[in-house]
Design a protein around this ligand. Structure first.
Ligand SMILES: C[S@@+](CC[C@H](N)C(=O)[O-])C[C@H]1O[C@@H](n2cnc3c(N)ncnc32)[C@H](O)[C@@H]1O
Length: 340
């Protein structure tokens, strides 16, 4: 029989952590918060809206869950996001508890229904922005960085990989297809905005990219079979994602063994107006964070490339599915120079 006088100090660090986490989560609101944060990265105000409780109250619960190692908290400018902890003993426990809760309980089901409504609002806000800006997008992005430099680096990476086919996720106006289609047999762009796709179709036609096509689709659920592309590009899309790790995992799913994923986005920055005025969800990404997501998706990340600009730095994260294949070196043809 157990000694009834035993307290936490009688155990090793990991059992001590587990006990602290179990105590923290043994409260209805905190269990609901844990389930919600397992479905995406959420802010206090979103969580307060779902639970129908005040922000200070929700913040207190979140603080306890973070201290117990069940949630991770990360700040981006004036916003703070919460998500289920990525590692540690308590993170394992969090995942088991979330699975055990399921989504049949009426309270949890209602929370998840409200969460879906919030996600729909976010998606509508982003879609409205893209619809309004589709024809102007090319000029907006040129305000931030020297695109030609980024495009040249991207072309070099893709040319070295010699893919037969390429998928451009979040293709927008189809610029990536315009510059990369000449390097591959087939190029496909996916985007969730019909307006963007309409612009992309016009641009591809003007560029004479007959092997390029676009299709409506969601980056979290690509309408494509597993292992169907040699190369996947995600260029300036991830900062709109509320589940960037899931977007990378979905991209990895459609890569063939030996295939290459190239993610291009901003390094961490503090330009809040990109969020308030341009619907960016994330203010850039740290190298380690992207590398972790790639590894979790079964990819092998290479060293990232940084292209400093004023005020934003663009990062290029390249990773391979399995070993990087050996390619014969070949000289680029004139057609393979960066298009104007
Ligand atoms: C900033 S634009 C970049 C377009 C293009 N990659 C480029 O660099 O020219 C971002 C694009 O991502 C698309 N997008 C955002 N969320 C998406 C999602 N969940 N699924 C598919 N496309 C998405 C938007 O519609 C938009 O066209």
């Amino acid at each position: 029989m157990l000694d009834p006088t035993l307290d936490d100090t009688a155990f090793g660090a990991s059992i001590g952590e587990l006990l602290a986490a179990l105590r923290a989560v043994a409260e209805p609101t905190r269990l609901r918060l844990l389930v919600l944060c397992s479905r995406g990265e959420l802010t206090v105000s979103e969580l307060a809206q779902i639970l129908g409780q005040s922000q200070p109250r929700v913040s207190r619960h979140l603080k306890l869950l973070c201290e117990a190692g069940l949630l991770d908290r990360f700040r981006e400018g004036s916003w703070v996001f919460y998500r289920v902890a990525g590692d540690g003993t308590a993170s394992e426990l969090a995942r088991h508890l979330v699975a055990a809760c399921g989504d049949n309980d009426p309270t949890i089901a209602l929370d998840l229904q409200r969460l879906s409504a919030i996600k729909r609002q976010r998606a509508e806000r982003a879609a409205a922005y893209f619809s309004e800006n589709a024809p102007r997008w090319d000029s907006i992005r040129s305000l931030y960085i020297d695109e030609r430099e980024v495009e040249a680096a991207l072309v070099e990476i893709i040319a070295a990989a010699q893919p037969r086919d390429l998928l451009d996720i979040g293709t927008g106006t189809g610029r990536m297809l315009e510059i990369l289609a000449p390097r591959v047999g087939q190029a496909l762009g996916i985007d969730q905005s019909r307006e963007m796709l309409a612009v992309a179709r016009v641009n591809l036609e003007h560029a004479g990219a007959v092997n390029g096509a676009v299709r409506l689709g969601d980056m979290y659920q690509l309408p494509l079979p597993d292992a169907s592309f040699d190369a996947v590009v995600i260029h300036q899309v991830l900062h709109y994602a509320d589940r960037p790790a899931a977007a990378i995992a979905e991209a990895a799913r459609v890569l063939r063994p030996g295939g290459v994923l190239v993610v291009v986005d901003f390094a961490p920055h503090l330009l809040e107006f990109l969020r308030t005025e341009h619907a960016h969800r994330r203010l850039g990404f740290a190298d380690g964070e992207v590398a972790d997501w790639c590894r979790a998706a079964g990819l092998e990340p290479e060293s990232p490339m940084h292209l400093p600009g004023d005020p934003l730095t663009v990062a290029i994260w390249t990773s391979y599915r399995g070993a990087r294949p050996h390619r014969e070196t070949r000289t680029a043809t004139p057609a393979e120079q960066v298009l104007p």
